[in-house]
Design a protein. Structure first.
Length: 310
């Protein structure tokens, strides 16, 4: 009998910000993930990397400022670094939790490259702010390098594109690990954005929305469920107002309607709804669940979230 496949997308609340916070958060998150493994799901995990890749980028930029003889570190390399150190904490936390439950399975982190379109409109309208605050002289240097900057309170910061994912380079490796009944961590931080140039993959100066990458990953492995963890138990209409209303379930058509009406905040709930729509599509089998991580009651996770269906 075919095992059900689930892609679990971890957000900021499931990972923390600082390294000590991340270790504690990873241990709590592992409890929820272990619940699905105990129920005999094939599990693939993906995660955000906003605070982590920001710290890496700032650290490397500061290093190059102090030691100008060193080459600046591209965003794609910073993304790869974040995949490594977040995956390291996650796979060890999950391994420990499984062994504590008497479950013996390997956990593997796959350094994952995600293809983006060089003509994606996002490259012409960058939206993702990264890095430290710069003064006017430093911002001018960045612009002369071909990078984009935006004025913020206290100075300037770099801004990069957020193109849509169109393919996952390591898809076959991920499927092979799943077929070997391993738990896989992949597409961390939305994946390392790359451009195809003949036989070469070139890192793109961009970040990929991790929820959209999770939807692409779930489609590529033909998952049954996409589970997106966020900071709220359910999706709301009129969130933050006196008229706010929890939604137990949404059809794809309803989700599109509410999205078009501006019910979901850009950069927050909107990409999660977009990811759910992208994954579920017209399938009568697939479903997406958006909810809050509850490591103490993992059996309640899918029952108490908002379900998006065809």
């Amino acid at each position: 009998m075919r095992k059900k496949k689930i892609v679990i997308a971890l957000g900021h609340h499931a990972l923390g910000t600082t390294l000590p916070e991340q270790k504690v958060a990873a241990a709590n998150t592992a409890k929820a993930i272990a619940g699905f493994i105990k129920d005999d799901y094939q599990v693939v995990i993906t995660h955000g990397n906003g605070p982590q890749v920001g710290m890496i980028h700032m650290a490397m930029a500061e290093f190059c400022r102090i030691y100008p003889e060193y080459t600046a570190t591209p965003m794609s390399v910073c993304s790869a670094m974040s995949q490594g150190y977040i995956g390291y904490d996650l796979q060890n936390a999950i391994r420990t939790e499984l062994l504590n439950r008497g479950i013996y399975k390997n956990v593997s982190t796959v350094l994952t490259q995600v293809v983006v379109d060089p003509y994606d409109d996002a490259f012409y309208h960058p939206t993702k702010i990264i890095g430290r605050i710069m003064n006017a002289e430093e911002a001018d240097i960045e612009e002369r390098k071909g990078n984009h900057v935006i004025e913020v309170s206290g100075g300037y910061r770099r801004i990069v594109a957020a193109p849509k994912p169109i393919d996952i380079i390591e898809a076959e490796s991920i499927r092979a690990l799943l077929d070997a009944d391993q738990i896989v961590i992949a597409c961390g931080g939305g994946g390392i954005p790359v451009l195809r140039q003949a036989n070469r993959l070139k890192g793109a100066s961009a970040v990929i929305e991790k929820d959209l990458a999770a939807a692409k990953l779930a489609s590529v492995i033909d998952a049954d469920m996409l589970l997106i963890f966020t900071g709220v138990q359910k999706v709301y209409l009129d969130f933050g107002t006196s008229q706010e209303k929890q939604l137990d379930s949404l059809s794809v058509a309803q989700a599109r309607q509410y999205l078009d009406a501006g019910q979901f905040e850009a950069g927050s709930m909107a990409p999660k709804i977009e990811a759910a729509i992208e994954f579920v599509g017209s399938s009568a089998i697939r479903k997406a669940v958006i909810t809050k991580l509850d490591s103490e009651n993992p059996d309640r996770i899918t029952a108490y979230g908002t379900v998006i269906h065809s």
